[in-house]
Write a protein that binds this ligand. Structure first.
Ligand SMILES: Nc1ncnc2c1ncn2[C@@H]1O[C@H](COP(=O)(O)OP(=O)(O)OP(=O)(O)O)[C@@H](O)[C@H]1O
Ligand SMILES: [Mg+2]
Length: 331
């Protein structure tokens, strides 16, 4: 298990005031983040641009040292033993960094394998297997500069798995990829966690991706944790109300008014919104049977009646908007 407690990172930056004059200032990239990643689990790290996600990942991959806080890796103090940790983790970032364009896929993987000091026979076998997993075995001997974006990203994945890491950090791994490659990658990520028991931390701006893959989610803003939980816990927290979609044949304003009166007897605060021939009903009370009974009593033919599950995307947008509002209020 990876456990971080009260992690903080303050960068010391130089700001150019004029051609000859620079001043120093502190940038608090991560203020206070605590989280854990268990083996076999996919954990999502969400937040708007500049929230501190990449900085957190850089600290977890020991690329930079935290200013404050603790980080333990399977019980080992990771800050005091970065070399030990480095061997057992890896990072896959979206984009085209960390691969050498003039080298072939095979040569890139061989180079990185050598850096980890993997035995040559084992390395050869591992490269062959990884090339097969990411579907690059036919292109293995072509220089990377001839690859498409998706192929380069597949190579990134193979590179990130070259040391058979226990924990993998994925920083926007599907950025700029098409739907087919993304779907394959999702399958691979899920299998790494569920079949091979690897612990995975994923950051992404594609909320549907986080929703689909992550068992547990942390939402950060300005370097601080805003909320954490499963997708259901997060959406339940943000939308503490039920939403129903209801439509009947020949639905009109009169029916909607009667429905509204009817439902308000159960929940006086319930809302019935009528748009494009269909109703959205928002209520604290559970209303599905009351809506169905209303339709029955009025001898209406139901076209649609279902409870709408709010998406993670809606929850994050709502939370972020609330945070923005809070900020402007304080200012
Ligand atoms: N090397 C650095 N030196 C100084 N400030 C930095 C450095 N790297 C990041 N920052 C600052 O730290 C804050 C967090 O940046 P970070 O890259 O961690 O955000 P992020 O959540 O990954 O954003 P994005 O979604 O845009 O990738 C930002 O204000 C950024 O300007
Ligand atoms: Mg980032």
């Amino acid at each position: 298990m990876i456990e971080i407690k009260n992690l903080q990172k303050v960068y010391d930056v130089k700001r150019r005031q004029s051609f000859f004059h620079m001043t120093r200032e502190k940038v608090v990239a991560v203020k206070d983040i605590s989280m854990r990643i268990d083996k076999g689990q996919i954990v999502g790290l969400l937040g708007i641009n500049g929230a501190g996600k990449t900085t957190t990942i850089k600290m977890l991959t020991t690329l930079i040292e935290p200013t404050n806080g603790t980080y333990s890796f399977d019980g080992i103090d990771a800050i005091a033993n970065p070399d030990l940790v480095k061997r057992q983790i890896n990072m896959i970032a979206g984009g085209e960094r960390m691969i050498y364009w003039r080298l072939t896929a095979y040569e890139n993987l061989w180079y990185y394998g050598q850096l980890y000091g993997i035995d040559n026979t084992l390395l050869k076998k591992r490269i062959e297997k990884l090339l097969q997993i990411v579907g690059l075995e036919d292109k293995a001997d072509l220089p990377v500069e001839t690859y498409s974006k998706g192929m380069k990203q597949r190579l990134q994945i193979a590179r990130g798995l070259i040391n058979d890491p226990k924990y993998i950090f994925l920083d926007e791994p599907t950025i700029g990829l098409d739907a087919v490659v993304t779907q394959d990658l999702h399958k691979e990520i899920r299998s790494l966690a569920k079949d091979q028991g690897k612990g995975i931390l994923l950051t992404s701006h594609y909320l549907s991706e986080v929703e689909e893959l992550c068992d547990y989610i942390y939402l950060v803003n300005k370097g601080e944790l805003v909320i954490e939980g499963t997708k259901k816990e997060l959406t339940d927290y943000v939308f503490a109300r039920n939403r129903y979609v209801f439509s009947v044949r020949g639905m009109d304003k009169k029916i909607v008014c009667r429905l509204r009166d009817n439902l308000r007897m159960i929940d006086p605060e319930s809302e019935v919104l009528f748009e494009d021939g269909s109703c959205t009903i928002i209520s604290k009370a559970e209303l599905s049977s009351a809506i169905a009974e209303f339709a029955l009593k009025e001898k209406l033919v139901i076209n649609e009646l279902h409870k709408q599950e709010p998406s993670l995307e809606q929850a994050v947008i709502k939370l972020s908007k609330n945070l923005e509002r809070k900020d402007t209020q304080i200012a």
